[in-house]
Design a binder for this molecule. Structure first.
Ligand code: COA
Length: 374
């Protein structure tokens, strides 16, 4: 059986960026207004006063300096504090498809393929804009891809699970060329009034094209990465939850259903899971950690990535060994490790190896061992 490769990647970055300072200034204005409006209840001990957020805190605990978003003014306006994204009519493209088209076109161009060469479209993301028709089927039609498509969601690990699913489909013969995209509208599930997490996420879309190695090399492409081994892991946890969904109208306060996490516990519990997963992946492939040049890690927290990379490499990782995009993009859920790969993959020389690794809600974690073959 021919090996499976990643022959193209793409990235859509929204035009608006919000700095920590801008986000915190809006949040603190909301806090001041809340505390004035609720002074009587606060003084009577019936309601707790809200506390200010801080740009220094955010950067120190997470490494995040800014985030890209689809809508800036609605998020920063203390009356709304959410992205204002108009509901699309049935005749318009969904927002996720619009994002995906841009990322997909870059990935297809890099792979030297046309949309009609694709016979499987996967939309793998933490949130879907609607229940059905599947976003992937709309994207398939918008681009003019052949075959079939389906949506899949395993939160922050959607992209690595998507790469694995695409690889399995090509190996089994149910597809020949797969487009796997990760349109993440994380600002849509984020409670910008919650100090603990208002800074965490950003919006973005990544795209990956997968196919057999021989045709990709025959097209004399420059950046082809062979999938040498994959490993996936899930274990149920309530420490990262998003209860927002189609049963929302049963709730009196849908805001309460948005993303929440116990960040400290996540940090403590997920680091060993990820380190074990990467070590198992490398053991199975009979590859030594010293042979790995780069870890393209999930981008949720720079301290967490530093720790994981240190445990794998056994020394303080350099920026090339564990590239960070968190400072600019924040946490973009499943897209994070793919952005890190997309922006830094050419740092690998031919025959050098690296690992894309995701982790997050579920818990879920996925690791993909890659070797640059052209
Ligand atoms: N500004 C200022 N202070 C804040 C704050 C903010 N925005 N948010 C929380 N604080 C305060 C807390 O109230 C707490 O105060 P206390 O010590 O008096 O109780 C203190 O700062 C520390 O908060 P904590 O939440 O424990 O910080 P942390 O060091 O754990 O960092 C995360 C928070 C979320 C950045 C971090 O835990 C993390 O990234 N974890 C991993 C999460 C992850 O990977 N999730 C995957 C999601 S897909």
């Amino acid at each position: 059986m021919n090996s499976i490769v990643i022959s193209g990647t793409g990235l859509f970055t929204p035009e608006f960026s919000i700095s920590n300072e801008e986000l915190v200034s809006s949040f603190n204005e909301y806090v001041d207004n809340f505390n004035i409006e609720n002074k009587v209840a606060i003084d009577a001990g019936e309601t707790g006063a809200l506390e200010h957020s801080s740009a220094e805190f955010i950067e120190k605990v997470s490494g995040i300096k800014s985030r890209f978003v689809l809508d800036k003014s609605g998020i920063l306006d203390t009356d709304t504090m959410r992205p204002i994204l108009a509901i699309r009519s049935d005749k318009e493209h969904s927002v996720m498809v619009e994002m995906a088209i841009e990322a997909a076109n870059e990935a297809l161009f890099e792979a030297g393929l046309q949309a009609e060469d694709i016979d499987m479209v996967l939309v793998a993301a933490s949130n879907m804009e609607r229940a059905y028709p599947a976003i992937s089927v709309e994207l398939q039609s918008a681009l003019g891809c052949k075959g079939y498509g389906f949506d899949m969601n395993i939160a922050c690990s959607s992209a690595t699970f998507g790469i694995n699913t695409a690889m399995d489909a090509i190996k089994s013969g149910s597809a020949t060329k797969v487009l796997m995209v990760n349109p993440e509208i994380c600002s849509g599930h984020l409670n910008f009034r919650d100090r603990d997490c208002h800074f965490i996420f950003g919006d973005v879309c990544t795209a990956v094209v997968l196919e057999e190695k021989t045709p990709a090399l025959e097209r004399q492409l420059e950046n082809v990465f062979e999938i040498e081994q994959t490993r996936l892991f899930t274990q149920f946890s309530n420490n990262i939850r998003n209860n927002f969904g189609f049963l929302n109208r049963q709730s009196d306060d849908p805001q309460k259903l948005l993303f929440k996490q116990n960040g400290r516990k996540v940090f403590k519990e997920v680091v060993p899971v990820v380190v074990n997963l990467i070590k198992e992946l490398l053991n199975t492939a009979a590859v030594k950690t010293s042979e790995i040049k780069t870890l393209w890690l999930h981008q949720a927290n720079s301290n967490m990535n530093q720790l994981i990379a240190r445990k794998i490499f056994d020394h303080e990782p350099s920026e090339q060994e564990s590239p960070t995009v968190l400072d600019e993009y924040a946490n973009t859920s499943s897209a994070g490790s793919v952005i890190a790969f997309h922006k830094n993959k050419t740092n690998l020389a031919i025959n050098e190896q690296g690992v894309i690794c995701s982790f997050g809600a579920g818990y879920s974690a996925g690791a993909i061992l890659l070797k640059r073959v052209s």
